[in-house]
Design a protein around this ligand. Structure first.
Ligand code: PLP
Length: 372
């Protein structure tokens, strides 16, 4: 059996008519840039979160960059973020002109460790960017308290956590702003690049909207220089069609994660994900931990099972950040887990038969390994 890591085609097949109609509408109306489909998606997404403003942008990376820049963060400032994430989270800090400062992860939940944040705060710190990694909520209440105490901006990177929640409150509604990616493989994915910023702050929303559109809210009225980072109409229409299904898909992810957990419970040498109490983990990624990560990944590949590693090198240990001088002992948990985390295929359309095949293969590997 071949099991891909994600299966975007299966999802398209399940809603083909809706997607095809959405695309036809945009082409019929030639609403390619801006226009009613973009506005309609922004309203629908903001409403789904109960937030005042959704500013759509070209991708999730720009969403972070634009937010930082429009909050006035730049040269001489520091922004604390997490050692285990995709590079967008930190490269945008540098793009804005500030310096990224990395805090280690929590050993149980794999998200930024609030104690490590506290240790990194200086007089130059302006903001904290936690990532709700894999769909797991970061320790958002503790992080919020730190931000309030030290007067720092809280910007949540929600690229992997659409509709994750803590005590019924969605990820992305705890700070001054939050950023989303709709990259095709994300839990809510476009058919190309797309992203947005959510905020309840009127002035910030207006600035972000302006900056993303050459510094103008109205054509030729450039209040400042900006960039070109717009969501296009086709992506907006596709996203709005898919938004109708997101809660069902999220539920399927959670059900599938529970299935994996039940089947893999007690398997020697494998540590399963732990869901933070009082939260909904939306399982963008289902990551197990094992000391035999690379050999298990190779074994599963031989069985036709595609897996992935999120991420093989902790951000501060990448060559891109050599200049900052981090070593493995400065972020010990992330440095260890980069060699242990393995993401199994998990998506809403995955069937029990497919999951049985995956879990049986993992068990066979563990058994063979134990008995030599
Ligand atoms: C995907 C991702 C991004 C960037 O999103 P793009 O739309 O690919 O630019 C940012 N942060 C995290 C944690 C991500 O996983």
């Amino acid at each position: 059996m071949h099991i891909p890591f994600v299966d975007l085609h299966a999802q398209y097949e399940s809603i083909k008519a809706e997607i095809d109609t959405a695309i036809e509408n945009v082409i019929r109306d030639t609403a390619f840039i801006g226009g009613k489909y973009v506005r309609s998606f922004e309203t629908a997404f903001a409403n789904a979160y109960g937030v005042k403003h959704c500013v759509s942008v070209a991708n999730g990376t720009d969403a972070i960059y634009i937010t930082l820049k429009m909050l006035g963060i730049g040269a001489g400032d520091e922004v604390i973020t997490v050692a285990n994430s995709w590079i967008s989270t930190s490269e945008t800090i540098t793009q804005a002109g500030a310096r990224p400062v990395f805090a280690d992860i929590d050993p149980v939940y794999y998200t930024i460790d609030p104690e490590q944040i506290k240790a990194k705060i200086t007089s130059r710190t302006k903001a904290i960017i936690p990532v709700h990694l894999h769909g797991q909520m970061a320790d958002i209440k503790a992080i919020q308290a730190i931000c309030e105490k030290h007067d720092l901006y809280l910007i949540e990177d929600c690229a992997q956590s659409h509709f994750s929640s803590f005590n019924g409150q969605f990820a992305g509604t705890f700070g001054i702003a939050s950023t989303f990616s709709f990259y095709p493989g994300k839990n809510l994915g476009a058919y190309g690049d797309a992203g947005c910023i959510l905020t309840n702050d009127d002035a910030l929303a207006e600035k972000c909207r302006m900056y993303a559109n050459h510094g103008a809210l109205k054509k030729h009225h450039h209040q400042m220089e900006g960039i070109n980072s717009r969501l296009d109409g086709l992506q907006a229409a596709i996203l709005e069609a898919k938004l109708q299904h997101i809660h069902d898909w999220t539920q399927n992810r959670i059900t599938n994660a529970s299935y994996y957990m039940a089947k893999l419970k007690g398997v020697d040498g494998i540590i399963l994900p732990t869901v933070r109490p009082d939260t909904v983990h939306t399982f963008h990624v289902f990551a197990i931990r094992t000391k035999q990560r690379d050999s298990l990944q190779a074994y599963l590949k031989e069985q036709g099972i595609e897996t992935a590693v999120h991420y093989p090198t902790a951000l501060p240990l990448l060559p891109a950040y050599n200049y900052l001088g981090y070593t493995a002992d400065t972020i010990p948990v992330a440095a260890q887990y980069q060699n242990e985390l393995l993401s199994l295929p998990l998506y809403p359309e995955l069937t029990p038969e497919q999951m049985d095949y995956v879990t049986e293969a993992v068990k066979e590997f563990s058994f063979a390994d134990v008995t030599g």
